[in-house]
Design a binder for this molecule. Structure first.
Ligand code: ADP
Length: 250
């Protein structure tokens, strides 16, 4: 496995935001999708997750907010183990955005979708309104409160889906293929947005230019194992490594 030299490792004394140890996951049909993953992500890190189709990227990401629970090993977010009992708190720490925004947008207005999480956190109407305004501003959709999500463009729907989790003020954002289906302008807007977000990011993508432009660190997953984890420029400069795992240079 390609990895950081000890001197390059992020400061080990801070509590990792994500701490995964020995994560094994088997689907109910017996298929083992993850084969013992160890991973730490420090607060504020922006990490790309790449690998061929079927590598286990989605399966791994679905562990971060407890949609899947480990068959073996453990996933800890900000010191809190991802278990059934902790799901409420875990889901306010981790915002998961699916590839298809229509899996996330289900209300008559953008306001209702973005307010849904904060309302269920028990906040006052004023606080909810503030959070909705802040989240929509962050994704470049200020003033879209009363628009109907299904009338927006795909790029706008993707940004609205991101706003539905940003309004919960999560510490970690987990995004599945955020640039898929976007036109060049939508892609540029997304890159600008991802760069400005303060949260830690774990983003799965096949878009190697997105990887190069946004993420200082990249993890390559293949056949349910982490096969490389290091500085993005170093990994992307290794054509043999990329080719061995079905990836291409940007
Ligand atoms: P990726 O996101 O990297 O494309 P996935 O996490 O979706 O990979 O899939 C990892 C492996 O788990 C694949 O072999 C896939 O076929 C298998 N898999 C995914 N979902 C299920 C499921 N619900 N039941 C059984 N196997 C599954």
């Amino acid at each position: 496995m390609t990895s950081l030299a000890p001197s390059q490792q992020p400061e080990a004394t801070t509590l990792p935001l994500v701490h995964i140890e020995g994560l094994v996951f088997r689907y109910p049909n017996g298929h083992q999708a993850l084969h013992g993953l160890d991973l730490r992500i420090q607060p504020g890190e922006k990490v790309a997750l790449i690998g061929p189709n079927g590598a286990g990227k989605s399966t791994l990401m679905l562990h971060l907010n407890g949609i899947h629970l480990p068959t073996e090993g453990r996933v800890v977010i900000d010191g809190l183990p991802v278990t059934r009992e902790n799901l409420g708190r875990i889901r306010s720490l981790v915002g998961l955005v699916f590839q298809d925004p229509d899996d996330q947008l289900f209300s008559p207005t953008v306001y209702d979708d973005v307010a849904f999480g904060p309302i269920h956190m028990g906040l006052t109407k004023e606080e909810v309104d503030q959070r909705v305004a802040r989240a929509l501003h962050a994704v470049g959709l200020a003033g879209f409160e009363q628009r109907q999500p299904f009338h927006l463009s795909i790029g706008q729907r993707k940004r609205a889906a991101l706003a539905t989790v940003l309004s919960m003020s999560p510490r970690l954002l987990v995004l599945d293929e955020p640039s898929a289906g976007l036109d060049p302008r939508g892609r540029r807007e997304l890159i600008g947005l991802l760069r400005t977000l303060e949260q830690s990011l774990l983003v799965s993508t096949h878009d190697m230019r997105l990887v190069a432009e946004v993420f200082p660190r990249t993890i390559i997953l293949d056949e349910g194992r982490i096969v490389a984890d290091g500085p993005t420029p170093q990994l992307l400069a290794d054509p043999a490594l990329l080719e061995a795992h079905g990836l291409e240079m940007p």
